[in-house]
Write a new protein. Structure first.
Length: 133
């Protein structure tokens, strides 16, 4: 269930985020999606179950869609910045993915000390984008 639930959520995010006209709009959408995931009661319930089963299941769907999500971020950075250095694009997209994923998992039992508010997260993500020119 966790694999299907998360994969579907990520797929919808990936497919929708590419349609935004500005980087800020795309990031606002991704932050909103992270909040939707965090606030969905299924997230907390299924996450606890998935942790118990994680030793027996590899979550191939989640892993595949997580990679597509990271690639969507790379494409977004290519579109909205002048950077063409693949290693910088990949590194920045990976860091953005970690921050957005942590934001999404606040509903799954991540300690509250790891949370940031939406405005701070947005500012950090935009600052990362700005470093790429």
């Amino acid at each position: 269930l966790w694999d299907d639930y998360v994969s579907g959520f990520i797929r919808e995010s990936v497919e929708t985020a590419a349609g935004y006209e500005t980087c800020g709009e795309a990031l606002d959408y991704l932050i909103d999606r992270a909040n939707q995931f965090a606030q969905n009661e299924l997230t907390a319930k299924l996450y606890l179950t998935s942790r118990v089963q994680s030793a027996m299941y590899d979550y191939a769907g989640v892993n595949a869609w997580a990679e597509r999500y990271r690639q969507m971020l790379v494409e977004m950075l290519r579109r909205f910045t002048a950077c063409r250095e693949e290693n910088k694009l990949l590194a920045t997209a990976s860091l953005m993915h970690v921050l957005l994923d942590s934001h999404a998992m606040k509903g799954g039992g991540i300690p509250p000390s790891a949370y940031v508010d939406d405005a701070t997260l947005r500012a950090c993500l935009l600052a990362m984008v700005d470093t790429l020119g």
